[in-house]
Design a protein around this ligand. Sequence first.
Ligand SMILES: [Zn+2]
Length: 335
Amino acid sequence: MKTSRFLDPARNFAEARRHSEVRLDPLTGHSSRILDFPIKKIDREDLSALVEGSRAFCPFCPEVVELVTPKFHPDLLKKERYSQGEALCVPNVFPYDENGAVCVMCRQHYVPLLDFTAPMLEDALSCCFAYLKDVVVNQPDMIYQSVNWNYMPLAGGSLVHPHLQITASSSSTNYYTDMVPALREYEHTHGRDFWQDLSDEERASGERCFGATDDITWLTAFAPLGVFDVLAVLHHAHDPEDVRGELLKELVQGILRVMGYIDSLNMYSLNMSLYFLLDNSLFVPHLRICPRVSIPPFGTSQINYMKMLHNETLTTMRPEDVCNDLKAIWEGRAT
Ligand SMILES: [Zn+2]
């Protein structure tokens, strides 16, 4: 805990104290700061101009999607496109890597957070997993696999039409680069699995664990990567194709609840990643969801020099408070 002292003009220059807490991630040591600022409830944003304006040209709307989106190269994938229900997975025309795809989640151009349904998300994720399964058939070194979501432009989404971004790469991102050696070190030091220990500890304390079954532990991260950071650990899965049936249903149900919580805070945007690492049994698949906000009155970005150049997260929401709210939702007590 850090205390900053200054002379406060609002109180006739009497001494004022402000507190902040530096927290270290129990695995990677990544630090985040929880700031003790009064939290003002965000006003609900009117998105109608953004939504209407974005209809003028949308490559993902059903009238044009088959005509204007690319097809997978036959050297690389078995199918030209992957589909499941309304979900359609096609190559990303602006790839970050050898294998980048987008999954158009549904036919509807704009879906408010509360209007996403379980079948919609189950189909979209299954469609991504089918693509990921096929990627490694001809390219076995594409072991860093993830399904990601930038929901709305505030979170980096370049189109309003709901779509996921899927990557399968031979190159690690910094996330994996930090985590994989730390997992190895943890196992070497403790002789145990980090994810099981994390889950056992968090379930026992209950401070940050708001949902737990045999298959998934739902937590708020102790040292969050965003305003808040929901972490779901899929204990018995390893590859994307393991996430199906009841496990997929349970995961989607949780995602929908978190989306409902984000909406209840008048936030409307989020980033989500579901991470896999195929060649390493120490890496257990997990999901993170962080909401995105802008700060009134100027629409200031939440990403300032701290995140951008120091890789340090700032938030005013204590993970334990967020956990309490999510517990109420999980237990059906939320209003
Ligand atoms: Zn559209």
